[in-house]
Design a protein around this ligand. Structure first.
Ligand code: MF3
Ligand code: CO
Ligand code: CO
Length: 256
């Protein structure tokens, strides 16, 4: 399938959806603390998206996913199902939010620390976020997607961590996951050439140990095979005339 190019009108709707997704992550921060369940965080986000934002939580019923957001705790890589387990001091979690507003999707995720982070989790989260920013900073018309993947992989591996291969970023618009696939590893000069009006996510998943993952019996939760901690951050980004626009930028971030 061809990569869709958003019109100016569609881009404006993507901006709105992106801002709403970012706003959920801004809102939920103060609720992330020891003793809270991931289900409670899901419910707060769900209420906010539906009743305040008048938007739709895209994960709910997506291919049968039973909750409105995904939460990955510690060695969980992605697609964790919120549940009754309480967070404890030293845990770190990725909250992944996707909203649909006026027919368009905004998709973003962020790491939160519960109480006092461990040195390893802090470093893993920082390297992951830096690799995301590195990839975003390269975006402009004319470059190849493989240039981004290669840069992310090189950065992550140089810091002694590994890149998950089984899951990737994706084009996004009226459809949650559309072309292209945005790999977080690869070779420069390969893959699609970026054009103004493309919109896609970059969402590197990186592990402190080996890159291999496995799927739990719930058919959703992805964990590291070696049970090493895993981190992820995600943004939805548009290609502009001469660079990029981060549609899901939060108020706590400066992305140059
Ligand atoms: N938001 C995730 C992504 O970045 C997908 C979550 S799908 C779910 O693409 F069903 F697992 F929630
Ligand atoms: Co996401
Ligand atoms: Co995504």
């Amino acid at each position: 399938m061809a990569i869709s190019i958003k019109t100016a009108d569609e881009m404006e709707k993507m901006r709105v959806a992106g801002r709403l997704a970012a706003e959920v992550l801004e809102m939920i921060g103060p609720f992330v603390k020891a003793g809270v369940t991931t289900e409670a965080l899901n419910d707060i986000c769900h209420e906010h998206i539906v009743n305040v934002q008048k938007a739709i939580p895209a994960p709910l019923n997506y291919n049968g996913f039973p909750k409105s957001i995904a939460i990955a705790v510690n060695h969980q890589v992605c697609h964790g199902i919120p549940g009754p387990k309480k967070l404890k001091n030293g845990d770190f979690i990725n909250i992944d939010v996707t909203v649909i507003k006026d027919g368009f999707h905004g998709d973003t995720s962020k790491i939160f620390f519960v109480g006092e982070p461990t040195i390893l989790s802090k470093r893993l989260a920082r390297v992951c976020q830096e690799s995301l920013y590195l990839g975003i900073g390269m975006i402009k018309p004319g470059i190849h997607l493989g240039d981004i993947g290669a840069a992310i992989q090189e950065y992550v591996e140089r810091h002694g961590f590994s890149v998950v291969r089984e899951y990737c970023g994706h084009g996004i618009g009226r459809v949650f996951h559309e072309d292209p696939q945005v790999l977080h590893y690869g070779k420069p000069g390969t893959g699609a050439i970026l054009q103004k009006g493309m919109v896609f996510t970059i969402e590197p998943m990186i592990n402190a140990g080996k890159r291999h993952v496995k799927l739990l019996g719930d058919k959703w939760t992805v964990v590291t095979k070696d049970r090493s901690p895993s981190a992820q951050w995600e943004h939805t980004i548009a290609v502009t005339d001469d660079g990029f626009e981060v549609l899901t930028q939060r108020k706590d971030e400066i992305i140059s």
